[in-house]
Ligand binder design. Structure first.
Ligand code: ATP
Ligand code: MG
Length: 251
């Protein structure tokens, strides 16, 4: 149990640090998050019909499959945003549906990062403040949070744009800011739902290069939903979801 988060992320692993990180103990990459028998219904629609899936630490997995097959639902259940009707999601040895809502919120803030199709940056905040925001929500001092956020801008190829608002940036620039915001807490897992879906090829490649390089550097795992084969090619492994089931591993 940490004083900052109040969430004990594991019992048989080292204590998480101030940002909820746990160092891997060596050997083969351990499973960081897994789903077992995941079922999710929306009324009569069975969006997930029994999904088993694991993500190893540092692994990047692409989730492909037709529209409406359950990709976003899978991602939301694994991230603890949606509660499954049956089955379990285990993060670092703990079943997230057994956590209280408060503990799940803390987990999302400290251990998970999110990138969506449309960056969902806060329009009133500058690019720098948007990147710093997850740290501020974790009670990191503003000066420290903004200094940590500022480090990202050269890497985003956005030097000098720290004070710009998202509405005054291109879609690709704003999406790179969203990637930095997802990674600034050095989360264990980034959930990315069509992060390049609104971008052209070049801007999409820049986003994917940034996301995959930064994730590799931090040993962050990435669950990447995409329709595009060239985006999935950045992953080490692909799964295909059809009718709420994992229908195959493309590679
Ligand atoms: N909040 C909801 N209420 C009702 N039905 C929903 C809801 N969210 C998803 N669904 C249904 O669940 C099924 C799976 O949806 P989901 O969004 O997971 O698909 P997806 O694979 O992400 O599709 P896309 O590629 O179009 O984003 C679909 O039939 C969808 O209509
Ligand atoms: Mg979707």
């Amino acid at each position: 149990m940490t004083a900052r988060t109040g969430v004990s992320l594991a019992t048989d692993r080292p204590e998480p640090d101030a940002l909820g990180r746990v160092e891997p103990g060596g050997g083969p990459p351990p499973v960081v998050i897994s789903a077992a028998g995941l079922v999710k219904r929306f009324g009569q629609t069975e969006a997930l019909r029994g999904i088993d899936f694991s993500l190893a630490r540092g692994e990047i997995v692409a989730v492909m499959g037709p529209s409406g097959s359950g990709k976003s639902t899978l991602l939301h259940c694994m991230a603890g945003i949606l509660a499954p009707d049956a089955g379990t999601v285990t993060f670092e040895g703990r079943q997230i549906e057994r956590l209280s809502e408060g503990e799940r919120t803390r987990l999302r803030r400290t251990a998970f990062g999110f990138v969506f199709q449309f960056g969902q940056l806060v329009p009133e905040l500058s690019a720098l403040e948007n990147v710093a925001l997850p740290l501020l929500l974790n009670n990191v001092k503003r000066s420290v949070a903004e200094a940590a956020a500022a480090v990202w801008f050269p890497r985003l190829s956005l030097e000098g744009m720290e004070r710009r608002r998202p509405g005054d940036m291109s879609g690709g620039q704003a999406q790179r800011v969203a990637v930095a915001r997802a990674l600034v807490t050095e989360p264990a897992v980034v959930f990315a739902d069509e992060p390049t879906g609104s971008l052209d090829t070049i801007a999409g490649e820049q986003v994917m290069e940034l996301l995959t390089a930064a994730a590799a550097e931090q040993n962050t795992s990435v669950l990447l939903v995409t329709h595009e084969a060239r985006v999935a090619a950045y992953a080490q492994r692909e799964i295909v979801v059809r009718d709420g089931r994992v229908s195959g591993a493309a590679r």
